[in-house]
Design a protein around this ligand. Sequence first.
Ligand SMILES: Nc1ncnc2c1ncn2[C@@H]1O[C@H](COP(=O)(O)OP(=O)(O)OP(=O)(O)O)[C@@H](O)[C@H]1O
Ligand SMILES: [Mg+2]
Length: 425
Amino acid sequence: MIMNEVLEPTVKVHAEVFNDAYLPYLDDKTPLQIYYGGSSSGKSVFVVGQRTIWDLMNGGRNYLICRQVGRTIRNSVYNEILKVISSWGVGSLFNVNKSDMVITCSNGYQILFVGLDDVDKLKSITPARGVITDVIVEEATEAELASIKQLEKRLRGGSDAIQKRINLLFNPILQSHWIYKEYFNSINWTDKQTEYKSDELLILKTTYKDNRFLTTQDIFRLENEKDKYYHDVYTLGNWGILGSVIFKNWAVDDLSDVYDQFTNRKFGLDFGFASDPAALHCSHYDKMRKIIYAFDEFYETGLTNPELAALIKPIVGNEIVICDSAEPKSIKELRDNKINAVAAKKGKDSVTYGIQWLQQQTIILDKRCINARNELQTYKWKEGGDGKPVSPPRPIDKNNHWIDATRYAYEEEGKDKPKARSSQG
Ligand SMILES: Nc1ncnc2c1ncn2[C@@H]1O[C@H](COP(=O)(O)OP(=O)(O)OP(=O)(O)O)[C@@H](O)[C@H]1O
Ligand SMILES: [Mg+2]
């Protein structure tokens, strides 16, 4: 056991601040490192938070931390690092530039952040001293294989004297994902394994059981997950296999060149706060061809209504935003803050009708609508013991914030309910 050892860079860090499962990899220099598994397993705290700060204090390494969508960085990976600086009491060693999100250690080495959607910044970003030695892609299932290849190429440039690393972090949402095909297929990985190691590739699979810092409440929530898919993926960290997905009528495209042509705009909002995000749906509707073009989205937890209003105002302007009618007070607060918010009408069976209507459309998501994509990928019917949808079908009330917002946005379009139902047979 190493629990009582003291690891010693410029300051002393006790081994017990780490989860045991990760400690062996603190100085591992395998070029490609995959940390994946169930939710709350400690992946982000270790790889994004602790190891970066550890490496920076030891000197010689600069980090580039990426997520697919740049604007999600501040509230996730960036904050993760600030928390470690604070809990280790090493604030005096670091200069934190809040506006540019650059963290610099007193020895000159840096942590930089970039969204993979920010191609220009990605090309130009360089540390003040030396070269980028480490790349972390947080929630890597959101990224494209091409982006990872680009990052690998970028790392390989420059000096070979330092061992460079790329780290991918994610939950194993779908076995059909490119990450599985690219890295797990060829080594015949099975869900029973927890580690793989070669000169080129390290894979570490962890679950909540590897994280001794969780509360009993966290553990209870994970262990009592009733849905098989969510239990497999988020509790056990196994590669996901979806049964009865609800929406298959969608695709991802780059809509950036056609934004200007989107005139028939629809906005819907689902409220959230602590664990659920507030989710904004933004799309253009091509009614003739029954195509919904989702050109943007907003998806954040922990916002007050005035904060939410300020953040969505640039997206929605003065247009009508149809909101979840369950929160009249929130709607009023948005209106007080210059958002043209109105309540959805909902009504009996509106969820089922809304889903049926949406199933008859084609949904094209812009590539930056990551959360919409995550939801559409995993929104599914409740299944009975036989693995078939229960009758009458009911959606699982999970991963449906953007989807609910979408139903509200299109409530008027889909109000011809009986017809929609009979055409489904
Ligand atoms: N070394 C640690 N010290 C203190 N707390 C920790 C540590 N590791 C994890 N935690 C706690 O456990 C929580 C979950 O950890 P973390 O966010 O790293 O999990 P994760 O594997 O990235 O989960 P997800 O797959 O959901 O992103 C953290 O928010 C933190 O409260
Ligand atoms: Mg994480």
